[in-house]
Ligand binder design. Structure first.
Ligand code: NOJ
Length: 740
């Protein structure tokens, strides 16, 4: 539609209709003509509001979206098509590894391909907007939502933010693809103590340096939507934060797309103690330039009275409505409200072989080999394998946020291994995944009867244990599949214990006494504390929630069909008490290493090391390699020049390898204390066995800036360390000086 016509449409709309465009309700309100009344009444939402609403949350599928579209367009005075929005976070039906695993691939191009696929399936299912990418920087493994983020590093999250946004939106112009909605703006990953929905309080320099860059990268990559977070930031709930949303996001960054609140977060301004009632909440959110109210009654019920009482200028509503109409127009919905969706297109699009292939490749690269004592991996085809654990035959490998995925389509670990090992494979459950009724109750989805069924009786548990020991005794190698349940990780999955549960540890203990080789595969949505198991098993593979092709990928790695190349993008702590722990922490006055003090009075713990069990950037591959001959083209850098950083990577083992060569810097002296290391670049380099490769980076002065506590960026002359290595804790080092 031409802009003048769109303007005319806006001018023709009543205030009530315009407000409707700013309201988003969820699927249960729109069973086409069969509107359910329960939640509607609770929110005080009238049928009129439902009919006038402009977008809907989590209704997917060609048939369902068409029905809702038809119904809504028929009841709206101007027959304005709806926007369909959904949580398609890391795949729709073809599900990839959780984003923390996608981060571990260090392969933004492949991730972009994955998001092309998600967008293809999502748009074929009638969906227009995906509530992703989530690029909150995450520092605390107690927080369940670390699962949704690529990790703890602002640079790496920015790289992935770009590839994910582009992956969603690449095909928008061709009438396919999906609109990206980057979230949760801003700083949600900094929730205190890792507790869900808790306060976020941080210095402005920290906010600008570490938390804002990934969202900014998403906006620069063209993300057409942004979601505010459920939390407050430095005392102001972000959904009502005019400084954050209007001054920073819109004015300073030039974002002119749609801002949507997170679920009920406008209403929750009242609970925060930031707004006195629904009217005040609606006023504050609209003033902060939030366009769409997701699942709260505030805009729907209160905006009109704010205008008629003269407290709010109608032009503010016009501006927000205009942005909604613009997006609908950009998607071509006025010409084709279904965007060529059909059940045939949908069926053809989802879970095609080529899509599964990408899911498998992503999972192959996402898995991280954490330990491989005596090179027990890869396994040999003819080894007798006892695959033990609650995940052995489990289809639930998709992770909590794959809400549209179908676990029945995923490849189990047993299925994956069986394709290679054939009759050499035996499986046993060994133990329950969770035997803690209180935890199951807190998870919130199960009735008492269901919980009773989920926890085996002592007798059955003993039998499961014994069977596992029995098949283990006749095997050459035990492959143990343990970890967290889907619902322990993800939103509202905060935990204070990060070790494997006692029943799983007990099983490890029993099996470790058999003197067999043991490979542990952990399925988890977060870094676990594995300190108490590393001595009891030979090899450990972190498999995250690996997605639809998880079982194949695990077998690929176990048998060396693929040499593991995943590297952690979130620190694995030695003890939960170290949390939050991240590699790019600031220098302290009394570091444990390098202080003039010795013994007690340094920054450390009395009962645990300060270092993690596995650092950021860490991961093993089969074989070995050597990084050497680090050289700088100059030890002086000026503001307009650059330095070349070169090193040699030698494959010294018997396997082809994919090396993730990481480049970090450290600003030795600055007017704001700087991180001990900061990733500024990386290269994934294939080094075939027996070969040596030269790897080269370029450092420019612009990569050395930092932010002060007014959010201004600085570049200060002085000495810098350059580190290049296999992980944040294993680097070669050089220095250079920055001058005018
Ligand atoms: C709440 C979550 O915080 C957000 O990430 C999600 O997109 C919305 N609910 C919609 O489901």
């Amino acid at each position: 539609m031409k802009q003048e016509k769109l303007r005319k449409l806006l001018n023709d709309m009543s205030l009530e209709e315009k407000i409707g465009q700013l309201v988003q309700l969820s699927g249960e309100f729109y069973k086409a003509n069969d509107i359910s009344l329960g939640p509607q009444q609770k929110l005080g939402i009238t049928q009129k509001i439902v009919d006038l609403s402009g977008s809907v949350l989590n209704v997917t599928g060609a048939k369902a979206t068409k029905e809702v579209q038809d119904h809504q367009m028929s009841v709206q005075p101007h027959h304005i098509p709806m926007l369909f929005m959904a949580d398609i976070i890391y795949g729709y039906k073809t599900v990839f590894p959780i984003p923390l695993g996608l981060g571990a691939t260090w392969d933004p191009e492949l991730v972009r391909k994955g998001f092309n696929i998600a967008a293809d399936e999502g748009s074929a299912a009638g969906n227009h907007v995906s509530f992703a990418p989530m690029v909150d920087v995450v520092h605390d493994a107690r927080w369940g939502r670390v699962l949704e983020s690529p990790g703890e590093d602002p640079y790496l999250n920015s790289v992935f933010a770009k590839s994910m946004v582009e992956g969603f939106q690449d095909k928008l112009k061709d009438g396919a693809g999906q609109v990206a909605c980057v979230k949760h703006f801003a700083g949600y990953g900094g929730v205190e103590a890792g507790r869900e929905y808790n306060t976020v309080d941080m210095s402005i320099s920290n906010l600008y340096q570490n938390y804002l860059p990934p969202y900014k990268a998403a906006v620069d990559a063209g993300s057409k939507m942004v979601m505010s977070s459920l939390t407050s930031l430095n005392g102001v709930p972000t959904t009502g934060d005019k400084w954050l949303l209007d001054d920073v996001l819109r004015k300073a960054w030039g974002f002119n797309g749609l801002i949507i609140s997170d679920y009920a977060s406008i209403y929750e301004l009242i609970k925060h103690g930031f707004a006195k009632d629904e009217t005040d909440a609606a006023h504050k959110a609209l003033n902060a330039t939030v366009d769409i109210d997701m699942k709260s009654p505030c805009y729907a019920k209160r905006l009109q009275e704010l205008v008629t009482d003269g407290k709010l200028d109608e032009t503010k509503i016009d501006e927000a409505t205009w942005r909604v109409l613009l997006l609908k127009n950009e998607l071509g919905l006025f010409e084709d409200p279904y965007r060529s969706v059909s059940e045939e297109r949908e069926a053809k699009s989802i879970l095609s072989d080529s899509k599964r292939k990408v899911a498998r490749e992503l999972a192959d690269k996402a898995l991280v080999l954490l330990q491989n004592k005596n090179g027990i991996l890869p396994l040999k085809k003819d080894e007798k394998i006892a695959l033990i654990g609650p995940y052995a035959n489990e289809k639930l490998l998709l992770g909590m946020w794959a809400v549209h995925g179908d676990p029945n389509t995923s490849v189990t670990i047993a299925e994956g291994i069986k394709e290679i090992a054939g009759d050499n494979l035996k499986t046993a459950k060994g133990t329950d995944l969770i035997r803690d009724a209180h935890l199951l109750k807190e998870i919130g989805y199960f009735t008492d009867e269901e919980i009773d069924k989920m926890i085996s009786s002592e007798k059955v548990e003993q039998k499961n244990n014994d069977e596992a020991v029995k098949i283990a005794q006749t095997a050459d190698t035990i492959v143990l599949t343990l970890g967290e349940s889907t619902l322990e990780a993800g939103e509202a999955g905060a935990k204070t214990k990060l070790t494997l549960p006692e029943n799983q540890l007990h099983l490890i203990d029993r099996l470790s006494k058999l003197g067999k080789k043991i490979v542990l595969i952990t399925i988890s949505g977060r870094p676990l504390v594995l300190t108490n198991v590393v001595d009891k098993v030979d090899a450990i593979i972190e498999a995250w929630f690996p997605g639809t092709e998880g079982g194949h990928a695990i077998a690929d790695i176990l048998y060396g069909k693929v040499n593991p190349s995943g590297r952690l993008t979130m620190t694995f702590p030695y003890a939960v008490g170290q949390e939050p722990i991240y590699y790019n922490h600031l220098s302290t006055g009394r570091p444990q290493v390098g202080s003039q003090h010795v013994g007690r009075f340094v920054s450390k713990y009395l009962d645990a090391p300060v270092t993690p069990l596995y650092p950021f950037g860490y991961g093993l591959s089969y074989g070995s390699s050597e990084y050497k001959d680090l050289k700088l083209s100059s030890h002086k850098l000026t503001r307009n020049s650059s330095i070349k950083v070169k090193l040699t990577v030698k494959n010294t083992g018997g396997y082809d390898r994919r090396e993730i060569v990481q480049l970090y810097i450290h600003d030795q002296v600055a007017s704001i204390v700087q991180p001990v290391k900061r990733l500024i670049d990386f290269k994934a380099v294939k080094v075939p066995r027996g070969q040596t490769k030269e790897v080269e980076f370029e450092i420019k002065a612009s990569e050395l800036t930092f932010y002060d506590n007014l959010g201004r960026d600085y570049l200060e002359n002085g000495d810098f360390d350059v580190f290049v290595g296999k992980s944040s804790a294993d680097c070669l080092k050089e220095t250079f000086e920055l001058s005018e």
